[in-house]
Design a protein around this ligand. Structure first.
Ligand code: ADP
Length: 267
């Protein structure tokens, strides 16, 4: 805790209250906030700088060059799209963080939701020459949860599997019931998104869900990533009182597992 109030000896004598302010926690949070603002600014500034440069070129040297104009407009359009994605993800993140303490009030049919997400991702999978394989998604089972947010979780994870999975590869979605999940100390459901892609070096695993943490920033940007996907996933999973497990082996692939409580309270 940041402030301890205790009956300690005071210069004011008996009955006085002494508050000990421990700034270390608050200062650490402040540092995290500052880093975040610096990151956001940098991420927004990069496309803005590019766009400003192209506008100047279009006004000047490329004024009468129709071919260059079309090419620069295409680039500006994609830079604007990047800024749009970033702002959308920032809004998502801030909404999800604001709601994190409030339990989701809805109910979600988990296999149906996963079947829906798999279908939505089919075109992206085809574009990446990738096959999506599903296991355990038959039937229906309902857990407490926020459907829109859980869709976002699995979309982000599958998108990553497609982005960082080897082209021409395989992405598996597996839903399983776990009688006793140690991470939940009880029964739950585990939904795994697995790819046979490049894998992730051990040293990165603990930091992967941090905002803007990327293994290869150029690569992530080139793929249209914002570096916020897994941070959003983490907060949504927390809100559902769930857990996340990331397993990976460099050169072989990665497995992201979301573990959700079954939802039935046990006395
Ligand atoms: P991004 O928008 O960069 O994809 P994420 O928060 O979704 O941001 O992921 C953070 C980083 O984690 C990515 O930049 C990538 O380096 C790494 N990563 C995420 N998923 C995978 C995966 N399935 N395989 C390999 N690396 C991954």
């Amino acid at each position: 805790s940041e402030v301890t109030v205790a009956p300690l000896p005071s210069e004011f004598g008996r009955g006085a209250t002494v508050a000990i302010l421990d700034h270390s926690v608050a200062e650490e949070a402040e540092q995290v906030r500052r880093d975040f603002v610096a990151n956001v600014s940098h991420e927004l500034k990069t496309p803005l700088t590019a766009m400003t440069g192209f506008i100047e070129t279009l006004r000047g040297p490329a004024r009468n060059d129709a071919k260059a104009r079309d090419r620069f407009l295409d680039i500006m359009e994609s830079e604007a799209a990047r800024m749009n994605r970033l702002v959308s993800d920032l809004l998502s993140l801030s909404r999800v963080q604001a709601e994190e303490r409030r339990r989701p009030s809805g109910r979600v049919d988990l296999p149906m939701l996963l079947r829906g997400v798999a279908a939505t991702m089919q075109p992206s999978a085809e574009a990446a020459d990738c096959t999506i394989e599903t296991l355990g998604l038959d039937g229906s089972l309902t857990i407490p949860g926020d459907a829109d947010q859980l869709v976002q979780v699995f979309q982000n994870l599958i998108q990553n599997a497609l982005k960082y999975g080897a082209s021409g590869g395989l992405v598996r979605i597996v839903l399983k019931r776990i009688d006793h999940e140690p991470l939940l100390r009880g029964p739950g459901w585990s939904a795994t998104i697995e790819d046979r892609g490049e894998g992730i070096d051990d040293m990165h695993l603990p930091r992967l869900t941090e905002r803007f943490y990327r293994i290869d920033t150029h690569r992530s940007r080139a793929q249209g990533g914002t570096g916020l996907g897994l941070a959003i996933v983490k907060h949504i999973v927390n809100r559902h009182r769930g857990r996340m497990r990331i397993e990976s082996r460099k050169g072989e692939g990665s497995r992201f597992t979301v573990i959700l409580p079954e939802g039935t309270k046990r006395g």
